[in-house]
Ligand binder design. Structure first.
Ligand SMILES: CC(C)(COP(=O)(O)OP(=O)(O)OC[C@H]1O[C@@H](n2cnc3c(N)ncnc32)[C@H](O)[C@@H]1OP(=O)(O)O)[C@@H](O)C(=O)NCCC(=O)NCCS
Length: 202
């Protein structure tokens, strides 16, 4: 039911992202932008990504991140900044007020925590019809196993602190702990969760 996320899965993963993150900034940037984002993670040697297959063996959930998260987004943008810029034009014309946020994302260094032997879980989504049936936990488990196989000792992720109880509870249930809280330039209050992988517990 879980397998590695391949390039041929990108369109379906983008569709799952859009349905599971309605109203979020990346969804607003649209399928072209998201395709570049997920293709970039999938193609990167340090990418860790899996899909959850539904009964028809089609991707209905995904998890994506990196075993070298520090500077990951800058490297991704450097590789294909022109395509990202082109993909942003339509959304910016639709809503000019997002230009500052797009520029910040493209020009400023990412806020990913630094450190050796650390993996970052950047995105996880399960299509709304399948949520609450255990797919998310399986995806997180696959991600943690692979991070450990690659020699990572700890994994982090960030999620909204406010109006997001189910997701925060989901990560607590998966064994993550909130180690830091911060506020983004868009004034979103965030929880930064961490987990130490079982092979490295004292
Ligand atoms: C967060 C998400 C990936 C979890 O995936 P999922 O398949 O729904 O999660 P699971 O079915 O594996 O649930 C595991 C646990 O999470 C909690 N949970 C998940 N969905 C829940 C819901 N709708 N209501 C209550 N609890 C829920 C439960 O504690 C559950 O524990 P249990 O196994 O003891 O019942 C999924 O709900 C999702 O895609 N949400 C929208 C996108 C999103 O917000 N992603 C995270 C951004 S950081």
């Amino acid at each position: 039911m879980i397998r590695t996320f391949e390039m041929c899965d990108v369109d379906e993963v983008v569709a799952v992202h859009i349905s599971s993150f309605p109203g979020f900034f990346l969804s607003f940037l649209g399928s072209r932008f998201l395709s570049l984002f997920y293709s970039g993670i999938c193609a990167a040697p340090e990418g860790i990504c899996f899909v959850y297959l539904n009964e028809a063996s089609r991707p209905a959930g995904f998890v994506a991140g990196s075993s070298n998260p520090s500077g990951f987004y800058s490297r991704l943008l450097k590789r294909c900044w022109f395509k990202f810029a082109l993909a942003s034009i339509g959304p910016i014309l639709n809503k000019p007020s997002i230009i500052k946020r797009v520029a910040r994302a493209m020009l400023l260094p990412s806020r990913n925590p630094v450190g050796e032997h650390v993996a970052g879980l950047f995105s996880i989504g399960v299509c709304p019809e399948l949520q609450g049936a255990g797919a998310g936990k399986k995806l997180v488990q696959a991600f943690l196993n692979e991070a450990q196989n690659r020699g990572c000792k700890r994994v982090f992720l960030s999620t909204d602190r406010d109006n997001n109880e189910v997701v925060n509870q989901f990560y607590l249930d998966c064994g993550f702990i909130v180690e830091r809280q911060y506020v983004t330039p868009e004034e979103r209050r965030m929880n930064e969760f961490w987990i130490t992988l079982p092979a490295f517990l004292g």
